[in-house]
Design a protein around this ligand. Structure first.
Ligand SMILES: Nc1ncnc2c1ncn2[C@@H]1O[C@H](COP(=O)(O)OP(=O)(O)OP(=O)(O)O)[C@@H](O)[C@H]1O
Ligand SMILES: [Mg+2]
Length: 511
C-alpha cells in the first residue's frame, strides 16, 4: 500500500522518479529468483535495497544494468518505458553500477580502469594516457581519496579497488548510481569518505541505490528502504517509518538479535599456542610480536595498509617471513608455503574470497571438499557418498543457500560464496584459525551465527585471530585486541579495557 502512495507523488521536480521497475520476474534454470518485484528510485534519493543472502538484490540490479535480461516486467526511465538489454543501453539511460564483484582489469592502472569505457582518445584513436590520468586525478580528488592513478590495480588492496570502481561509475556521468555493498571492504573512516561522497552526489540530484548488510549505514545514509525476501518485495518505506527491529525481522524472516553483543568468555587455558617474535616481511610487516593462547580470540584492528592482512598471510605461509621467529606449541615453525601452514593446523579464511578462497568454476562440493580430500577418500579415490554426506553437513551447518552443490560456486550470491569459504576451512578442524573480514557481505542473521561459531570454536580450544574493519563485530568477538600501525603491533589490550567503538576508533587512528 505504502509503496503505491510513494509512486503516485512527485512526478516532476526534484522528487521525480528516475527509475521505475514494475512486476519484474526472473528465473535461473527454472528456479524463480525474482517474483513480481516493484522498485523505484527518485532523483536525489538514497534508496536502500536490503535482504538476506540470495534474496535477489544483485540480480534485480543486474537487470537494471543490462547484465541479465528479465523474464517479464517493465522498466521506466524518467517515466518512459525503456528497453535495457545491454550495458550500453543502461549507460545511455544514465545508469551506473559499482559491482559487488569487481569489474576492473587488474593489469591496467587505476587511471586506465576509470577511463575504460570513456577513454579519452588521441587523434590517432589511441587511449590518451595523460588525459586519462588527469581525469582520474580530478575524480579521485573530488572524492577525497588518495590513490596513485598510475598504480596497477592488481597491486592495490580490495578497498582501493572499491574506490576505483566508484570513480569509474562517476566518470560516466551516471544519473543513477547503483552501489552493491560498496562499504564491504572499507574501513570506518573510508566509509565516512564514501558517505560524504554520497551526500555530494545526492545534492547534485543523482539517484542512489544502496545495497548493504550494515544496518547502521542504511540508517545513516538512506531515505527509503525496500526489503526483498526470497525474491519477493516485502516492503518499501521511508526509513523514519520503520524500526530497526522491523527491518532485521523483515530481512531474516524471524525475530533475531540484530546487535552483536560482547560476552566475556572464560578461556580455560593459559597454554600458549602460537608465539610470534619480531616478524618482518618486506616493508608491510616490521617486527610484529604477540602470543595466542589456546581457546583465545584475538582481534586485529588497524587501518588499511597497517599490516593486518600481511600478518595473516605471513602466518599462513603466503608471504615468506624474512626475520623473526614463530613457535607453535613451543616448537619452532618454518612456513615455506600455505601447505606447511595447513599441515601444522593453521588456516586462513582470506579477505579476497574470489581470488584466494574459491575456485570459482568448480562446484560448491569440490570447493568444500578440497582441503579435506583425505577424509573423504576410500582407497585413493573420493567416495561420492562420503563426499556428498560431508558436503551436505557443511551446507547445513553454515546455512549456505544453494540449489545444487554440483553447480559452479560462482552462481551463488556474494554472501553465500563467503559462507562456502568459511565452511571449507572450518571443515579442516584447525588449531589456529585466522579470519580476514569473515562477515564481509553476509547478512545480519548469518553475521550473528558466524560470531557465535567463532566463539564455539574458541571454546573448543582453537586459537582464533580475527581481522575486521567492523568495530562492533571486533568488539563483540575478541578477548584481546591488537592494534596495528605501519606494520607493527602498537597496542595490545584486553577487551575489557576498551569501553566502546569510539574508543577503539581513536586508538586505531593513533590516539
Ligand atoms: N548466474 C546465475 N545462475 C544461477 N543462479 C544464479 C545466478 N545469479 C544468481 N543466481 C541465484 O539467484 C539468487 C539471488 O542471487 P543474488 O546474487 O541476486 O542475491 P543477493 O540478494 O545479491 O545476495 P547477497 O546478499 O549474498 O549478495 C541466488 O539463489 C543465486 O544463487
Ligand atoms: Mg549480492
Amino acid at each position: 500500500m505504502e509503496a503505491k502512495a510513494a509512486t503516485d507523488d512527485g512526478a516532476v521536480g526534484p522528487d521525480r522518479t528516475v527509475i521505475e521497475m514494475k512486476g519484474i520476474h526472473k528465473s535461473f534454470g527454472g528456479v524463480p529468483v525474482l517474483r513480481d518485484v516493484d522498485f523505484e528510485v527518485k532523483a536525489g534519493e538514497v534508496h536502500a535495497l536490503a535482504g538476506g543472502n540470495g534474496a535477489g538484490k544483485s540480480t534485480l540490479m543486474k537487470i537494471l544494468q543490462g547484465v541479465y535480461s528479465k523474464d517479464s516486467g517493465e522498466i521506466f526511465v524518467d517515466g518512459k518505458a525503456t528497453t535495457i538489454d545491454s550495458f550500453q543501453s543502461a549507460k545511455a539511460a544514465g545508469i551506473g553500477m559499482v559491482f559487488q564483484e569487481f569489474s576492473l582489469v587488474p593489469t591496467l592502472t587505476v587511471a586506465q580502469n576509470i577511463s575504460l569505457t570513456v577513454e579519452p582518445r588521441t587523434k590517432l584513436g589511441l587511449i590518451n594516457d595523460r588525459a586519462a590520468r588527469d581525469r582520474a586525478r580530478e575524480i579521485l580528488g573530488g572524492m577525497g581519496v588518495d590513490i596513485n592513478p598510475n598504480a596497477e590495480v592488481r597491486s592495490l588492496s580490495t578497498a582501493y579497488w572499491q574506490l576505483t570502481e566508484i570513480a569509474k561509475a562517476l566518470v560516466q556521468d551516471a544519473r543513477v548510481l547503483i552501489m552493491d555493498e560498496p562499504s564491504a571492504s572499507l574501513a570506518k573512516h573510508e566509509v565516512e569518505t564514501l558517505f560524504e561522497l554520497i551526500e555530494r552526489l545526492k545534492a547534485r540530484g543523482i539517484a542512489i541505490i544502496y545495497i548493504s548488510h550494515r544496518m547502521d549505514e542504511v540508517y545513516r545514509i538512506a531515505d527509503r528502504i525496500t526489503i526483498l525476501r526470497d525474491g519477493r518485495r516485502l516492503l518499501t518505506k521511508p526509513l523514519d517509518e520503520v524500526t530497526p527491529e522491523q527491518i532485521v525481522e523483515g530481512i531474516v524472516g524471524k525475530q533475531v538479535e540484530g546487535e552483536l553483543v560482547y560476552q566475556a568468555r572464560e578461556h580455560t587455558s593459559d597454554e600458549v599456542l602460537l608465539e610470534a617474535h619480531d616478524l618482518t616481511v618486506g616493508t608491510h610487516l616490521q617486527g610484529a610480536s604477540f602470543t595466542l593462547r589456546k581457546g583465545e580470540i584475538i582481534g586485529l584492528a588497524g587501518l588499511m595498509g597497517s599490516g593486518r592482512t600481511e600478518l595473516a598471510q605471513a602466518l599462513f605461509g603466503v608471504d615468506r617471513i624474512e626475520s623473526g621467529k614463530l613457535l607453535l606449541n613451543g616448537a619452532p615453525l618454518t612456513l615455506a608455503s600455505p601447505k606447511d601452514a595447513i599441515d601444522a593446523g593453521i588456516v586462513l579464511v582470506p579477505e579476497d574470497r574470489r581470488a584466494q578462497g574459491l575456485v570459482l568454476e568448480h562446484s560448491v562440493r569440490e570447493n568444500l571438499l578440497l582441503p579435506i580430500l583425505d577424509d573423504v577418500k576410500l582407497r585413493g579415490f573420493v567416495d561420492p557418498r562420503l563426499g556428498q554426506k560431508k558436503t551436505q553437513a557443511l551446507i547445513e551447518q553454515f546455512g549456505v543457500k544453494v540449489q545444487d552443490p554440483g553447480k559452479p560456486v560462482n552462481r551463488l550470491s556474494g554472501g553465500n560464496q563467503q559462507k562456502v569459504v568459511i565452511a571449507k576451512w572450518l571443515g579442516t578442524s584447525p588449531q589456529v584459525l585466522i579470519l580476514d573480514e569473515p562477515t564481509a557481505g553476509v547478512d545480519i542473521g548469518t553475521k550473528t551465527e558466524i560470531v557465535g561459531m567463532i566463539r564455539e570454536l574458541a571454546d573448543a580450544g582453537v586459537g582464533v585471530i580475527v581481522i575486521s574493519s567492523e568495530y562492533p563485530e571486533l568488539l563483540a568477538v575478541s578477548d584481546r585486541i591488537l592494534i596495528m600501525r605501519r606494520g607493527a603491533i602498537v597496542k595490545n589490550l584486553a577487551r575489557e579495557d576498551i569501553p566502546d567503538e569510539e574508543a577503539l576508533q581513536l586508538m586505531v587512528l593513533g590516539g
